[in-house]
Design a protein around this ligand. Sequence first.
Ligand code: FE
Ligand code: FE
Ligand code: FE
Length: 182
Amino acid sequence: MRDEVRKLLVEQLKDAYSAEKQALRCMQRTAKKATAPALRDGIQMHIEQTQAQVERVEQALEKLDARPGRKVCEAMRGLVEEAQHEVEEHDKGPILDLVIVAGMQRIEHYEIAAYGTDIALAKALGETEVAELLALTLEEEKQTDLKLTEVTERHIMAEALGGGGEDQAGASRKGATKGRDA
Ligand code: FE
Ligand code: FE
Ligand code: FE
């Protein structure tokens, strides 16, 4: 049975490898479509993190004497397809920024779910190094999700609701900040 669980972890990691590669390509295509500089910077930062995440999955597989192979993550394919279609329906601006965030957060949550399972499997098998590698990635995915919410609140939502008007946007932003600190 132990071998079966180990095989399962390897399959899950092959899936994660495919998911990361697909997410990477999606973000590379999407980054230039974002308007808010904070969103563009956030995507760029996560592109760089994702490149390291791909390498971590490779390292984790290596520790388990396996290789990425050709498995395709079908869920990520669907998430990317849906995000891509929705992005194509909008011109550049705050609404498109919201659409980009919506797509990215769905992707982050899929990754958070997958790595949570993978870490639990690795721990159960006593594969501490694998669990530690994946925990670094899981933390980045969680932080990215939080950051997307923060960027939306601070830099996108006022524009999206107000339809321009710097003063109105500024006032809403202050209100939002106050609300969060309270
Ligand atoms: Fe990732
Ligand atoms: Fe998958
Ligand atoms: Fe991610």
